[in-house]
Structure formats: structure tokens, C-alpha cells
Design a protein around this ligand. Structure first.
Ligand code: CAO
Length: 435
């Protein structure tokens, strides 16, 4: 006669509430004693929940994402008779040697059948126990499952590992990811991005293979990560910099030959900081848990610099306290250091917003990628004389195209437009920067 056992969450080391991160059984499954049926996680540890019975799963009462505590019903399992495990003392000492599945006590079929009853069974999970349980019968340890989850790998897709009795190891996860990336992904899985197929270009003509610089490789990784993680919007605007340009030319005319010349970028930095002060959510980063915004009270601006080895972003610190001349000198010094490959990591850290200026080269607009965890990046392309209608006539104006890409999780569209309007207004009349 079949008995029904209720498997419940045991005492999880005194923790009141743990997250269910994986449920590994469904109704109809046959489970074995000690087999992992769910994975639980606190903010400090991941742990496997072992089955306390041999039998077939009748019902599963938890799902991924649930918060559970001691006594929560996990599953009901129909057994031919009560598993010996449920009668064992609650906690196993840490020194208990692992028992292999082959050595599991047989179901006590010889003993008289107990009356049909619902038996509550819960085996405490201590770290020592978790290790024993997973060593015995789980396909992968909690740390390997955690590793797989961090990489977005569905561990059930790996049928067997290189560990003892086919146990899945960390190396198996790494191998699986490598395989997916090189073979073009598993389009049926839905969780992976199909890779671009490899092509033998030599079949079409002569080729040469050139290794990417370290900067390019690292930048590539970072850009891909940002592209995949941030919902980005780019907003375009134009600022009339006719007067600003006249002032800049006049200032440079006063400078001695060997003095650093001022470019429009210095005024753009100042206008950007003025807008960041007005709109603090632009001078912020999303906390890693996505639950809060970290507002910064300092104003450090990263400037994307083109170098023979790739793009680097030195950071100008506390620009709100520096003059236009100081900024021009500092950028000249840092961009020279960047081009010689002499920037130190500290020179590139602590930025609040980045400016990517292609104005010296050309362009009418582009869509820069946010330098996360910053929330916005300002792109600049080449200013151009244009006829602008003032209501009565067309006047020649020097118009500067600006492109603002922002993280839409933090900045909404109207805020982005207002931020840009502020920058535009200040660049069109730089006296406003004194206010
Ligand atoms: N419109 C018109 N002219 C511009 C301009 C603009 N928006 N921006 C710069 N110029 C002019 C400058 O006035 C300067 O003119 P002169 O030679 O007559 O003095 C000339 O173009 C060269 O300027 P510059 O590029 O040397 O100086 P800058 O201060 O504008 O920029 C720096 C400095 C370091 C940002 C720039 O040299 C650089 O490396 N830019 C590349 C950035 C990049 O690659 N971004 C990547 C985009 S993709 O993510």
C-alpha cells in the first residue's frame, strides 16, 4: 500500500526566509532518497534540498522565485513504504561519511506495512549536510549550480559531467559555454545568443589575420556587456554655437604660440556639468541590485580618446572647480599620455558621464554606447554653418550636433530632452554658465 510523505523545508540554519532558485522535480517524477529536489539560496549561501523519500512525486508546492521558510510544504511523494531516512535523527554530524547511492538502505519491504498515512518529514539542511547530500546524489554541487546560473546556463541541458558518476563540474559548465559560443548557440534553448558563424574568408581572396590589441579586446567585452544589459535610447539635438565659437577664436588669438589652444570641447564639458547639477539623476549610477540610484556629489567627466591601440577614457576630476584653461591643459596632457599608452588605471576611474567627441573628424550624428555603470554619454560631431530661420530671415549659424544616449531604466525620455535643452541653451549663450 502506498504512503504519502510530505517533504517540508527543514531548519535552514536559523534563517527565516530563503529563496527558491531552482525546482528540479515535477509531478510524476521518480525521486530517490537524498536526490536534490530544489536549490535554495540565502544572501550568503546556496544549498540543495534533498528528498527524504524514495517514490513518485504527486505534487510540487513550490516554484522558482518563492520565498520559503522552515515548515513550508515542498512536495508530496507517494512511497511504497516510509523511507528509513525520515526516521533518522534530525541533524547529521558533519563527520558522517558520505553514503553512496548503491549503499542506500533498501526499502523495508519485509516489515509489516504501516497504515496509510501522511507523514511529515523534514531533514535539517546544514552546510555540512548539504555537502554530504550533494556529494552523494546531486548532479552538481550548489557552487556549480550557482556558477551555471551566473552564466545563464540551464544546467539541465548538461546531461552528464566529468565528475564521479557523471557529476557536473565547473569545468563542464565552462566547456558547455565555449561549445555554445563556437557552435553558434542553441537557438532552441531561448536563453543563449546565437553566435555569428565562422567563415573561411580565404575562399574569396587573400587574407591576413591580425590579433586585436588588449584595449580593443577589453573594450569589446565591455561594450557587448553594456549593449546586452542596458535599454538605451539616443536623443539628438543641435546647439547654436556661433557666439561661443567667436569667443573661443578670440581667446586662442590671445594665446602664445606654445600655449594649449582651447577647443569647443571645454565649453561642452562646462555645459554638461551645469546640466548634471540641474538634473542629478544624470550624475548617478544604478545600484547593482537595481533597487536604488546612487547619486554622486562630485563631477568627474570621462573623455573618450582615440589612440593607435583603441579607445580609452581618461577622467577629468572635479571639473566644476576647474577653469576652461585648466581643463584644456589637463585634457591635452591626459590624451597625450593615452596615445603613448601611459595612462594608469586611476586615470580612467571614477567618471560620472563620458563625452565622446568626433567633432575633430566629422559626422552629423551617431549613437554612442553608455559607459556603464554611468547612466549617460554625450556624443559630439562636427559643427557646421547652416541657414537658420529666425522668423523673418535665414541667418548663417554654426550648429553643433549633440547625441545623448541614456540608460532608459534611470532616465525617461522627457528628462533626456530637458537635459539636452539645458546644454543647448548654455552653449548658445555661454554667459549662462556663470549663473
Ligand atoms: N566641430 C568642429 N570642429 C571641431 C569639433 C566640432 N565639434 N571638435 C573639434 N573640432 C576641431 C578643433 O577645434 C580642432 O581644430 P583646430 O585643429 O583648427 O584647432 C580640431 O577639430 C581637432 O580637435 P581635437 O579633436 O584635437 O580636440 P578636441 O578637444 O575637440 O578633442 C579628443 C579631444 C581627445 C576628444 C579628440 O582628440 C579625440 O580623441 N576624439 C576621438 C574620440 C573618439 O574616438 N570617440 C569614439 C567614438 S565611438 O565610441
Amino acid at each position: 500500500m502506498a504512503d504519502v510523505i510530505e517533504i517540508k523545508i527543514p531548519d535552514v540554519g536559523g534563517v527565516a526566509s530563503v529563496d527558491v532558485v531552482d525546482v528540479l522535480i515535477k509531478p510524476g517524477d521518480i525521486v530517490k532518497l537524498d536526490q536534490t529536489i530544489a536549490t535554495l539560496e540565502t544572501d550568503k549561501a546556496s544549498m540543495d534540498l534533498p528528498s527524504t523519500a524514495n517514490g513518485s512525486v504527486e505534487q510540487v508546492h513550490i516554484k522558482r522565485g518563492d520565498k520559503v521558510g522552515e515548515g513550508t510544504l515542498v512536495a508530496t511523494v507517494k512511497v511504497e513504504s516510509i523511507a528509513a531516512k525520515s526516521e533518522e535523527p534530525a541533524a547529521k554530524p558533519a563527520t558522517t561519511p558520505p553514503v553512496s547511492q548503491d549503499q542506500q538502505p533498501p526499502l523495508p519491504t519485509q516489515t509489516p506495512e504501516p497504515p496509510k498515512a501522511t507523514i511529515q518529514s523534514s531533514q535539517p539542511v546544514s552546510t555540512a549536510n548539504i555537502e554530504l547530500n550533494t556529494t552523494v546524489s546531486a548532479h552538481a554541487s550548489p557552487s556549480v549550480r550557482l556558477f551555471a546560473r551566473e552564466l545563464g546556463v540551464d544546467i539541465s541541458k548538461i546531461t552528464s559531467g566529468n565528475g564521479r558518476k557523471g557529476r557536473i563540474l565547473k569545468e563542464d559548465i565552462t566547456q558547455y559555454v565555449k561549445k555554445i559560443l563556437t557552435e553558434g548557440g542553441n537557438s532552441s534553448g531561448g536563453g543563449t545568443i546565437p553566435a555569428i558563424p565562422a567563415v573561411d574568408f580565404s575562399q574569396f581572396g587573400e587574407i591576413e589575420s591580425q590579433p586585436l590589441s588588449k584595449i580593443k579586446r577589453l573594450t569589446g567585452q565591455n561594450l557587448s556587456r553594456v549593449w546586452l544589459n542596458l535599454p538605451m535610447v539616443t536623443y539628438h539635438e543641435e546647439a547654436d554655437i556661433t557666439e561661443m565659437e567667436a569667443f573661443r577664436v578670440a581667446l586662442n588669438a590671445e594665446k602664445a604660440k606654445d600655449e594649449i589652444k582651447i577647443t569647443g570641447l571645454m565649453f561642452i564639458i562646462k555645459a554638461l556639468v551645469a546640466a548634471m547639477k540641474q538634473f542629478p539623476s544624470f550624475n548617478a549610477s544604478l545600484a547593482s541590485d537595481g533597487q536604488s540610484l546612487i547619486l554622486k556629489k562630485y563631477y568627474n567627466i570621462g573623455i573618450a580618446v582615440d589612440t593607435p591601440n583603441g579607445l580609452v577614457v581618461p577622467v577629468l576630476r572635479n571639473v566644476d572647480n576647474k577653469s576652461i584653461n585648466q581643463l584644456a591643459n589637463e585634457l591635452a596632457e591626459k590624451s597625450e599620455k593615452a596615445r603613448q599608452g601611459k595612462l594608469m588605471p586611476a586615470d580612467m576611474q571614477g567618471g560620472c558621464i563620458t563625452i565622446s567627441s568626433l567633432g575633430g573628424i566629422g559626422g552629423t550624428a551617431f549613437t554612442p554606447i553608455v559607459n556603464a555603470p554611468e547612466v549617460a554619454i554625450l556624443g559630439v560631431t562636427r559643427a557646421k554653418m547652416q541657414p537658420v530661420w529666425n522668423g523673418k530671415e535665414f541667418l548663417p549659424k554654426l550648429m553643433l550636433p549633440l547625441d545623448l544616449t541614456y540608460d532608459h531604466r534611470v532616465i525617461d525620455g522627457a528628462e533626456g530632452a530637458r537635459f539636452m535643452a539645458h546644454i543647448k541653451q548654455n552653449l548658445s549663450d555661454i554667459r549662462r554658465l556663470l549663473l
